[in-house]
Design a protein around this ligand. Sequence first.
Ligand code: FES
Length: 99
Amino acid sequence: MTQSAIKPFRRHVFVCVNTRDGRSACEDHGAKEALAKVKDALKALPFAKRDGVRLSQSGCLGQCEHGPVAVVYPGGKWISYSSADELIRFVLEAIEAPD
Ligand code: FES
């Protein structure tokens, strides 16, 4: 397969679910549970709206002091969220934003 055959994602969301020994990390703030709720919210969308959207759990994104965090590409828009609902709103706005 050539590289040009790989279809890029329209939006790629990374949600940090990292833990760190004895130091604050995103999973200390319920990141995995928030990620699961975002997955459910995306699954509930019509296919046309979630087509080309990839949601990935990630390791440390290097923003631990702001955690829990997520980022969406292209554009690299970040969020430091305080609830799963806030993360869901962020992701839905990101995937509905014009390209
Ligand atoms: S643990 Fe999430 S950004 Fe570092």
